[in-house]
Design a protein around this ligand. Structure first.
Ligand SMILES: Cc1cc2nc3c(=O)[nH]c(=O)nc-3n(C[C@H](O)[C@H](O)[C@H](O)COP(=O)(O)OP(=O)(O)OC[C@H]3O[C@@H](n4cnc5c(N)ncnc54)[C@H](O)[C@@H]3O)c2cc1C
Ligand code: SF4
Length: 338
């Protein structure tokens, strides 16, 4: 059985207190929310904080409410609460869907939105016990020097495996971060970097406080997930598709892939293939082809990588067909919220 190392556990009651505790702890400190990612990682010695600072009692992180500018969800809201929240289900169904597709009910009861959006990248050579990793002389993501997936590569290719992050990038959500130097708001797309080790642009002391979902103004989005076991597994491919409608035509579109790169990968060519169309079969096929080309899964998660690449076409097509089929429903929703 893998055991947690000993550490000091702190429970700040304000944001300022949390930041001060992290500053005191320095690089040996880590924030934790639900702990469903951090604690397994600590058991495998991926992260080895001496001080763990819980964010679950910080009230600023627990909001969930609609404003004129959209809907705001605090980072400590659990995935269960998020996916069951009536305004989120009704108006941001892609967010609710992605959250309810994460793992199992138990993990969704503990796991939070913030933890999901800051999730560590994953790789078959990394998500192993310390002894397993030591037996292969580790790898450059932790304790070693080489990448076992691409031995001549200077970088780590561990995979972004969050279900909710691709949706946030696709719908153009914004994240409010608070750190020792003040606060800033960043578009979700700029929060991630395509590097398996430095996969977030966030500073280590910064706290993700809330996520701002954009107001409804004629857009719609869906999320589709590919995994082996439908009730449990991380995505080996996620497709988030967003459409801004102008009447029955596509004014703008974004397609974001999860599980195939170290970040949620937007494919601009795929969005461009849909603009000005009515999501006819030809437009959907062109978009799926455009998404397929840069989709480059590596051989470091479940399933054969060439099959996963092939599935990009299929999953993008299915996502867009769902969006096309939802057009009448969208008209009702927009009428209700404008
Ligand atoms: C068996 C298993 C299956 C899983 N399947 C899936 C899956 O299918 N899809 C999926 O997306 N995830 C999956 N997960 C991962 C995880 O359960 C979820 O992503 C969950 O939402 C993580 O949230 P958490 O609050 O538990 O994160 P934590 O473990 O508390 O934190 C994760 C990371 O985020 C940081 N962090 C947390 N909150 C903040 C904040 N507010 N500000 C700054 N940093 C923060 C922590 O320091 C840590 O580095 C799975 C996990 C397990 C163990
Ligand atoms: S991609 Fe390479 S460096 Fe990154 S975790 Fe996997 S084996 Fe290690």
């Amino acid at each position: 059985m893998l055991r947690l190392p000993s550490f000091t556990y702190l429970q700040p009651k304000t944001l300022a207190e949390a930041l001060a505790m992290k500053a005191d702890a320095g690089p040996d400190g880590a924030y934790v929310a639900g702990g469903t990612d951090l604690y397994p990682n600590m058991k495998r010695r991926h992260q080895e904080p001496r001080t763990v600072i819980s964010l679950m009692r910080v009230p600023e992180l627990s909001g969930n409410g609609t404003r004129d500018t959209g809907h705001v969800v605090g980072a400590s809201v659990t995935l269960t609460t998020l996916s069951a929240s009536p305004p989120v289900r009704q108006s941001y169904s892609a967010v609710a869907r992605a959250a309810e597709l994460v793992s199992t009910p138990l993990l969704r009861n503990m796991g939070t939105l913030g933890g999901n959006l800051c999730l560590d990248t994953r790789c078959n050579y990394y998500n192993q016990s310390y002894e397993w990793r030591k037996a292969i002389d580790f790898c450059m993501k932790k304790d070693g020097a080489i990448c076992w997936v691409a031995p001549s590569s200077p970088r780590c290719w561990a995979v972004s495996s969050s279900d909710v992050a691709p949706v946030m990038v696709a719908i153009g959500a914004e994240y409010r971060l608070v750190g020792p130097g003040g606060e800033r708001v960043v578009p979700a797309g700029r929060f991630y970097a395509n590097d398996g080790i430095d996969y977030l642009t966030k500073q280590p002391d910064e706290i993700l406080v809330e996520v701002r979902l954009p107001a409804l103004n004629g857009w719609d989005a869906v999320y589709h997930k590919l995994r082996r076991r439908g009730s449990f597994d991380f995505p080996v491919l996620g497709v988030a598709a967003w459409i801004q409608w102008d009447g029955d035509k596509v004014a703008d579109a974004r397609v974001v892939l999860g599980g195939v790169a170290s970040w949620p990968q937007e494919v601009p060519e795929a969005g461009a293939a849909l603009r000005g169309t009515r999501l006819e079969n030809g437009a959907i096929a062109a978009c799926a082809e455009a998404a397929y080309r840069p989709s480059k899964p590596m051989d470091n998660t479940d399933f054969d990588l060439s099959w996963r690449k092939q599935m990009t076409r299929v999953w993008v097509r299915r996502a867009l067909e769902e969006l096309r089929g939802r057009a009448p429903q969208r008209a009702t929703t927009v009428a209700r919220f404008t």
